[in-house]
Design a protein around this ligand. Structure first.
Ligand code: NAD
Length: 351
């Protein structure tokens, strides 16, 4: 066995059905008496009902979280934090809402409870991606890591099938890159493989019946393991490309991850054969990149960056940007093959 270092992030996790009702106890554990509840505009009703559970502990509700954590929105929310002297953040929603909560926590060190309603996995990581003037940068800091995660499978039942599929594959991307990370370790690799298996089994059942609570729980459990993987080891080419394209073209996060992952996996396959064999085993396909592409497409995902709104002329600039501040990757980043990767993903062709 190779030498390894294992870091575990502290955190408390409640998982189940109806767990949102335990929020007041969790807020009390963190001495939260002036809670700021966050959501996106689309989930404002959910934020109000969560505020209802918290009763007079709520100081304010801010329902303007946006994808890719624009710094202007964070500034707007910070004004409310200061105004109401918030002492706890409760983020209810997907990665966009969690991102805003993290951006506030990074600036204030306030504790956070996250109630995830997608499979993004951000709730389990000390990582924050923020967008300023079209450029998305990430930072990692212990203040960013949420203190408590309340997974309530009931809140995921309303996630539309199309988003459930791409969000589930966004989660798989974390586990895939954890398996070939430079600092991979046996514990996280075990979680990552279990995560992919769990999501790959659950997702087709969710796509067939969005109200299948057992299948939803299987995917949500897998998504948590993916989040732990993402938060514990370094990510590589796939995440770099997604951060680059997300910042440059404001593409929908989970859908973009879904369109790129099979190609990033193909790019790295020969350089990380053991990791890719584990991905294949977990997915149940001999050829993991092609199998993943067909799996996503078969569940209705859009596999072309063109359809997601990326201009063809952006490929060259994206390759340049991804190579300028490269993350470590098992295979060196080469301009020609990277351009080919993005051309295939842009056109929606198989890897
Ligand atoms: P999202 O949070 O933007 O959600 C997409 C839309 O779906 C929103 O309108 C949201 O309100 C709605 N929605 C969410 N859950 C729903 C539900 N159960 N029912 C109905 N509608 C629902 O999308 P996302 O993919 O979860 O998050 C993307 C963001 O998360 C990006 O900004 C990305 O960078 C960030 N992210 C960060 C990390 C990290 O570790 N820092 C990890 C993953 C994702």
């Amino acid at each position: 066995m190779d030498n390894f270092i294992f870091n575990s992030n502290p955190g408390r996790v409640l998982f189940g059905s109806g767990t949102v009702a335990r929020l007041p106890d969790e807020a009390a554990r963190l001495n939260g008496e002036r809670v700021l509840v966050l959501s996106t505009p689309e989930q404002a009703d959910l934020a109000s009902s969560v505020a209802g559970y918290l009763g007079n502990r709520v100081a304010s509700v801010f329902s303007n979280a946006q994808m890719h954590t624009p710094v202007e929105v964070t500034r707007e929310a910070m004004r409310i934090v200061d105004e109401v002297r918030a002492d706890l953040i409760v983020s209810v929603g997907g990665g966009s809402t969690t991102g805003l909560g993290k951006a506030i926590a990074f600036r204030t060190d306030l504790p956070q409870i996250v109630v995830p309603t997608t499979y993004a996995g951000s709730e389990a990581t000390p990582i924050l991606g923020e967008t300023d003037a079209g450029r998305k940068t990430t930072k990692s800091d212990p203040r960013i890591l949420p203190e408590v995660i309340v997974y309530d499978v009931d809140l995921t039942l309303s996630l539309p099938v199309s988003m459930s599929v791409t969000s589930g594959i966004n989660a798989i991307a974390h586990a895939v890159e954890a398996l070939y990370a430079r600092d991979a370790n046996p514990i996280i690799s075990m979680m990552a493989e279990e995560a992919i298996t769990s999501i790959a089994r659950g997702l087709p059942r969710v796509a067939a019946n969005a109200q299948d609570r057992e299948a939803r729980a299987q995917v949500l459990y897998g998504a948590w393991l993916c989040g732990v993987s993402l938060g514990s080891v370094g990510m590589a080419l796939h995440h770099k490309l997604c951060h680059t394209l997300g910042g440059m073209f404001n593409l929908p996060h989970a859908a973009m991850h879904t369109a790129i992952l099979p190609h990033a996996l193909r790019y790295n396959a020969d350089a990380a054969p053991a990791a890719v064999a584990r991905v294949s085993r977990a997915l149940g396909f001999d050829d993991a990149p092609k199998g993943l592409f067909n799996f996503a497409k078969g569940l209705g995902a859009t596999m072309s960056l063109k359809s997601l709104g990326m201009p063809e002329g952006g490929i060259e600039a994206a390759v340049k940007e991804a190579m300028a501040n490269a993350y470590w990757n098992p295979r060196p980043l080469e301009k020609g093959p990277l351009t080919k990767l993005l051309e295939l993903a842009w056109a929606g062709e198989a890897p």
